[in-house]
Design a protein around this ligand. Sequence first.
Ligand code: NAG
Ligand code: NAG
Length: 657
Amino acid sequence: MTAWGNAGPFPPQDFRAADTGICLATASLFVYLHLGSLSDDKGHGAGKVMFRRLPLLLYVGSTLLLFTWGHLRSSFHSQVAHHPLDHLIPEAQNYHKTYLSQASTSKTLSEAVQEYQRRYAQLPPPGFQHWYKFATDRNSAIIDNFDSIHQDLLPFSALSPQEIRDRTWELISNPWNDAAGVMIRNGKTEAAPNILGTHRWMADGLGEMFGKFAEWLPDMDLAFNLNDEPRVVVPYEEMEPMRKAGLKRSGLPVAPGTSFSANRADGWTAIPEEPNSDSPLQEISWQKTFHRYGMLGCPPDSPARNDRLWDTGSLCISCISPQSLGAFLANWSVAADICHQPDLADLHGLYLSPAAFKGTHQLYPIFSQSKVHGFNDILYPSAWNYLDNAKYDPTDECPDKSFAEKDNVLFWRGSTSEGVSKGRGSWRGMTRQRFVHMTNNVNNTAPSKVLLLPTEEPDQYEYINLPSTKLTELLPTDVRVVDGIVRCAGPDCGNQDHEFSPFAAPLNFQAHWKYKYLLDMDGAGFSGRFLPFLQSKSLPFKTALFREWWDDRVTPWLHFVPLDLRGHGLWATLAYFHGLEGFIEGVPGQKGSTEVKINGHPHVAERMAMQGRDWAGKALRKDDMEIYMFRLLLEWGRLTDDKRDTLGFDGNETRST
Ligand SMILES: *[C@@H]1O[C@H](CO)[C@@H](O)[C@H](O)[C@H]1NC(C)=O
Ligand SMILES: *[C@@H]1O[C@H](CO)[C@@H](O)[C@H](O)[C@H]1NC(C)=O
């Protein structure tokens, strides 16, 4: 977009209608649409034709939807002892316990200083004592583990403080860059005057957040990414030495300077009245970005840098196996690493055709709400969530009932905003479109979708393929595009109309809590809704390329259900929780018919939903966003200070200002 309003519909359009209709009315409409889709010949007949294996010239990603058993067989044995989720779910408990055991070991300020030195091999930044008080006053569940900040900032040590300041100015002095300047002077926050009116709310949101701690921040200017899409990919070959330089720089000054330089305000060049017209950024909006940006953050010998997959109709086994256990997503952080996944070039809107992409291969300091592996943007907690733009706020009409009382359905509403399909069919590869297709194309009889069924032996399971017709019949989903197709041009508008109509009515955001399972899929950037989903008593299912500031705090299979971007595990995963009973072959009661039954795990689902809710209430509050941001900006203050190599807080409060 042009993110926040001037052109793009996401996120507002996703929930457009927060003001239309009451929940009950919308709910009955959904039922109608659901039935409607089953009996509507036209839309889905067209879908069926479109989604046959297409000649390559015509695009492609869509054919990924038709994995055949042959493709899958090589990735996992058809017979397995024990259900993978009976292993992954308890393991997630242990993983989180281990995380907790090291996230907050310090009990006093001086222990926190020591722990900081142990982790990051340097002293904490000046002002750390104020941060510590701020965090402990707000009962922060996390005091010591801010590794994500450390990772994001490490390479910036390779730039001099002056270079960082100059590059910040380059970004915020030209409005074309879509970067909002935020100035901190004398403990007050101010937005640069040249931010477009439609983006203003974001700067205002940041101002409100910073207001809580700005008195402790040194004078500085910051560049915030106004677009959803991240910006900076420094090629791996250049980035590695920068990271190493960052690691080397650390060390403990003998007599640390404890306050930031006095004349810092002078170090930041004023934003000119006449906009600067030079830009370090290159625009490739609406174009493919994987090979020009995405993959460059990977090692030169990695598959992402070397393999181009032309046969996008087959499942790339080497792309999925590192993060998979059978059909299930086993490791969320490995899944985030794109370097072994060259097929992602054709499987996500960011790589296929982003709505706004103004990027650079040089290390420019820009703060973004989300990024993908390989990008060097600095993550910060989105003002969108901070301002409660999509809030968990159940009402009398839209209550958040107990899990057991909710509808037993996997639910999603959203728009086709992940990327711009400008006429050559790239929508067929986009994650949202693929998942909506998968859960709705009722007449696709290709034996293609995988399910893990119990066998007659105890604790033995077998993978089988079933046509979508069967799966949509056996497992209830309500996954639909709202209102109409956006971000399209040429034939891609009409083709998507055919495939995805009838469209769902706009949704009151609070109507989500009616459903047990809430699907969250990437749009053009960070998810505006995942945090409220976690806060609710429903269980979020999430598939995503983008990662956000909270990524290492939240544990998949404990707080939410992770899904691979390719979607091949969707049905088997849903069946584990939901359970399933019915005929998978033949006509009930007649010869040759096969009946199946999978026992659901609603109590496991409920426990996960409540654990996610509980943890969100401890570690993903607005307080936690402030705590993260405060610490990030103290670190940033030191990095941009000419005296940075001798600055630190050594635990001696009396010496500090
Ligand atoms: C699916 O196919 C059957 C049999 O050809 C047909 O009767 C039905 O109308 C189709 N439904 C849709 C939604 O296309
Ligand atoms: C995921 O894989 C990484 C790298 O192999 C490993 O360090 C991490 O512990 C794994 N995470 C889980 C939840 O198993």
